[in-house]
Write a protein that binds this ligand. Sequence first.
Ligand code: NAD
Ligand code: DAU
Length: 354
Amino acid sequence: MQNFSKKIMITGGAGFIGSHVVRLFVNNYPDYLIVNYDALTYAGNLNNLKDIESSANYRFEKGDIQDENLVKELFEKYQFDGVIHLAAESHVDRSILDPLAFVKTNVLGTVNLLNVAKNFWKNDYNGKRFYHVSTDEVYGSLGQEGFFTETTAYDPRSPYSASKASSDHFVRAYHHTYGLPVVVSNCSNNYGSYHFPEKLIPLMINNIVHSKPLPVYGKGDNIRDWLFVEDHARAIDIIFHKGSNGDTYNIGGFNEWKNIDLVHLLCAVMDEKLNRAAGTSAKLIQFVTDRPGHDMRYAIDATKLNKELGWQPSLQFEEGLRKTVDWYLSNEDWIKNVTSGDYQSYYQKQYSDR
Ligand code: NAD
Ligand code: DAU
């Protein structure tokens, strides 16, 4: 390990955002050793990292963030000086079906990582950093006006966001109580390549390709603030290196879309890309029973990150959406692979009674 200037554990690196973060760090920092620690749940997929898997500064270790012995062993083996923690159960609808799984991974798993890092670093925190990747959903739901800032009071309203809020509190508690050098970011909805098709955008793309119904919850009035995933990964890079110890940064694209407007835009782009007559895909839209406790609006104020660390989104939404559609249309095998098996039974359970 002597040759690497930093040894970083990235948890959840086989997932959607994690794979983009791993790729960016492996490519941008050849002098860092990047260890991807991932349990490979239904959402984890090593095919997301084919292009960098044989890089000299990349390793994969399979394991659960709740496994204290294995995490300790890996700290000994690699002598980590940084952790970028993305591993989580991440889907709101699944948290409604099985909340306990979210408590186990998101709360207990995070506390286990904090504890091992604290004990391993033994109060010698020079050059160390624990970066916790979180979500804007911890702030609850907005009305028509206003934005979430870093000082907005927490008000989580789904089992997923409650578990992420709890993990954020533990991260800050380890900073205040033990001096652990932490940094936290809370990001809005991501979209882009390698996004698992249980989430809105890739689910709609996949259904349009197969001319299947497009299930829009409620009236489609809910609003999300969408950010291209590679812009999120870039923000994580900047915050990991330049963020202040103990601080929080909100990440978002100032890019709010009502779900139904987004689905219509996607339908228009897909009609064009698939050479279908205009209006073909929109005919597949079906309004279905709403998500219980469905948060109405998320919108992030990312001014602090822009002013203090100079980050800003690189892409306009329509450009990012077109790039995303192109990626899905040219990666049919990837989508076929992740939608076989378990995905079918999840889809059945989630959508058959709506
Ligand atoms: P994802 O579901 O695509 O990936 C999660 C990854 O974590 C998978 O590779 C999975 O195998 C792994 N994992 C799950 N449980 C594990 C465990 N117990 N031990 C080890 N590995 C485990 O998630 P994502 O969308 O890439 O989100 C990554 C992080 O970013 C999460 O912490 C999420 O809360 C946060 N976040 C996501 C978004 C978004 O729009 N997707 C926005 C803001 C924040
Ligand atoms: O805001 C950040 C969060 O964004 C992340 O923390 C989560 O990990 C991520 O999953 C995402 O949560 P959402 O619940 O906002 O994302 P999802 O893609 O599940 O849904 C987006 C919106 O679309 C939401 O209002 C629900 C709606 N929706 C979703 C699905 C899957 C539908 O109308 N129909 C659907 O089939």
